[in-house]
Ligand binder design. Structure first.
Ligand SMILES: [Zn+2]
Length: 77
């Protein structure tokens, strides 16, 4: 089991490195380090759910659009 704490934004971070757990998990999933402009979206919007199926890597701009759309209508994924 990984050892983490919740940061002030509500995201789990590793106790030793301080790295965000969901970003680390996403990097394992795609097999390379994330770029600075890439964000990891939580499909179910639960910040503490870093399971593979809940994480989606996307660009910062697409992510912003996604959330803007979510406010207006139900997103199907
Ligand atoms: Zn998101």
């Amino acid at each position: 089991m990984v050892s983490w704490f919740k940061d002030k934004n509500g995201y789990p971070r590793f106790k030793d490195s301080g790295k965000l757990v969901h970003r680390w998990k996403a990097e394992k999933k795609i097999g390379r380090p994330l770029k600075s402009w890439e964000v990891v979206h939580h499909r179910n919007e639960k910040k503490t759910d870093y399971s593979d199926k809940n994480l989606a890597v996307m660009s910062r701009s697409f992510h912003a659009k996604l959330h803007a759309n979510k406010r207006n209508r139900k997103w199907s994924w």
